[in-house]
Design a protein around this ligand. Structure first.
Ligand code: SAH
Ligand code: SF4
Ligand code: F3S
Length: 456
């Protein structure tokens, strides 16, 4: 087995003596990655990790504000912490992440049990905030930063498998899509020192990890400048992929306006740069895209798809779509459906528009598509995507793929699952294979969500 158990241990959470910290994470992969940074900061301060909420001395909830239902879920969850607080008077509850940034002190007023509020750029301050809260004072830090990237902090890995890990390469977002709260909760865009990114990727590889996903709200606008040198996203990808051919590299999320041919050519040259691009379209209607401030048209987006098809013929495509944005008509909606068909996405994240306070859309446009219409459109989008995913999977039946094994199938201990370079999940009989290895698998059957295969 490739795993270096000693190296792996160094990256994993410490348990045992010390105040016990429990972390629950909502929202996007950036939050998952941030929770690993938070744990690293607090471990250094003597806290120890627990997966058991009932033994926690500190509960942190890393939160998301992107849609109203994401916030409602967290507010509901916070109320469920009340019994723990009743049982253990010294228990501290902290809200961190995007809701902390958006709601600030309000969170303490609304949810009486919240002791700490810390925004995404103030995690280095958590030890102090916790001490202060322990002494009975209100502890809030929601300052956003122009520079913070937590560059030199080695995240404590919370993934279950020891195969696949996230690496944050940038923070914040400058795009100001009119519907989106992220620029307000995460602040301005800034890139992380590439040397620290490469070091982190190499350490993961040495500990047995075989896949890293480079994360940012807009990864392909990554740019690091120092001493007259400039590193862009294509050069960074090339360098990370150069660590070892056995290390798979993915990235998320790309903004269509920043997806250059240069990046596609680097991908074509390096087989371990995975054949999957997540390229959120949001809508297929140019009129909607303009209102959304996405800075591209439908035609321009399709031009990027054509470039991907030309340079990376075996590349899978996925997207994010919003149904029922302000003023969306049936014709706009049909443009989204036709875009989906034209691209033939492998996969999509699909949402109903949810107005977020203080965004440009909330300030200037009426949220005028009735909820039943949003729901009906979303249902059509989801149904179409299921059809497209199934068609795509059917095309894979009979083909052979290199699969990175991630774990044991939920349904049966005799089966393993892993992913193809295209990011499709494959389930197959385990044979003598182990987690963290590559296997050559021929696809024999499929559903819209999964490929079934046999080891070759
Ligand atoms: N930076 C990434 C992801 C942003 S959040 C990107 O630009 O693609 C993830 C997705 O949530 C977005 O792509 C969008 O589809 C969706 N989203 C963002 N704000 C939303 C809102 N107000 N209502 C519904 N969906 C939203
Ligand atoms: Fe939000 Fe747009 Fe930035 Fe994505 S690119 S995080 S949708 S503002
Ligand atoms: Fe949500 Fe913040 Fe991510 S709003 S989607 S957790 S950046």
């Amino acid at each position: 087995m490739d795993f270096n158990a000693e190296n792996l241990k160094k990256l994993r959470p410490l348990s045992g003596d010390g105040s016990k910290l429990y972390i629950e994470t909502y929202g996007c992969q950036m939050n998952v990655s941030d929770s690993e940074v938070v744990l690293s900061i607090l471990q250094r301060d003597g806290y120890r990790y627990t997966e058991r909420i009932d033994e926690a001395d500190v509960i942190l909830v890393n939160t998301c504000s992107v849609r109203d239902n994401a916030e409602q879920r967290v507010l509901g969850r916070l109320r469920e912490f009340k019994p723990y607080k009743r049982r253990k008077k010294a228990l501290l509850v902290g809200v961190i992440g995007c809701m902390a940034e958006r709601m600030k002190e309000q969170l303490m007023e609304r949810e009486q049990l919240v002791d700490i509020v810390a925004g995404p750029d103030s995690y280095r301050d958590l030890p102090r905030l916790l001490r202060q809260a322990g002494d009975g004072s209100r502890s809030v830090n929601v300052l956003l930063s122009q520079e913070e990237t937590y560059a030199e902090i080695a995240p404590v890995r919370l993934d279950k498998n020891g195969v696949s890990a996230f690496i944050s390469i940038m923070r914040g977002c400058n795009n100001m899509c009119s519907y989106c709260v992220v620029p307000y909760t995460r602040g301005a865009e800034r890139s992380r020192d590439p040397r620290t990114i490469l070091r982190e990727a190499r350490e993961l590889f040495d500990a047995g990890y075989r896949e890293v996903t480079l994360l940012g709200q807009n990864v392909n606008s990554y740019r690091w400048e120092q001493d007259g040198h400039s590193t862009g996203f294509a050069a960074l990808l090339d360098a990370v992929a150069g660590i070892d051919p056995l290390l798979r590299v993915r990235f998320s999320t790309s903004h269509p306006k920043d997806l250059s041919d240069e990046v596609l050519h680097v991908m074509a040259r390096r087989e371990n740069l995975c054949r999957a691009i997540h390229l959120p379209a949001q809508s297929g209607s140019t009129r909607m895209l303009e209102l959304m401030n996405r800075k591209y048209t439908r035609e321009w987006y399709l031009g990027r798809i054509a470039a991907i098809r030309r340079i990376l013929p075996d590349c899978a495509l996925s997207t994010d779509l919003i149904a029922g944005f302000c003023t969306e008509t049936d014709a706009d909606h049909r443009d989204t459906l036709s875009l989906m068909r034209e691209v033939g996405y492998e996969f999509a994240f699909m949402f109903k528009y949810s107005e977020r306070p203080n965004t440009k859309a909330a300030r200037h446009f009426a949220d005028d598509v009735p909820d039943e219409v949003k729901t009906a459109r979303l249902t059509e989008i989801i149904d179409l995507q299921n059809e497209l995913s199934l068609q795509s999977n059917r095309r894979d039946v009979g083909r052979t793929f290199e699969v990175l094994i991630e774990g044991v199938s939920k349904r049966s201990d005799d089966r393993l699952f892993g992913r193809t370079s295209q990011n499709k999940v494959v389930v197959f009989d385990r044979g003598d294979r182990r987690i963290g290895e590559y296997a050559t698998v021929r696809i024999t059957d499929c559903s819209s969500a999964t490929l079934i295969g046999e080891l070759l």
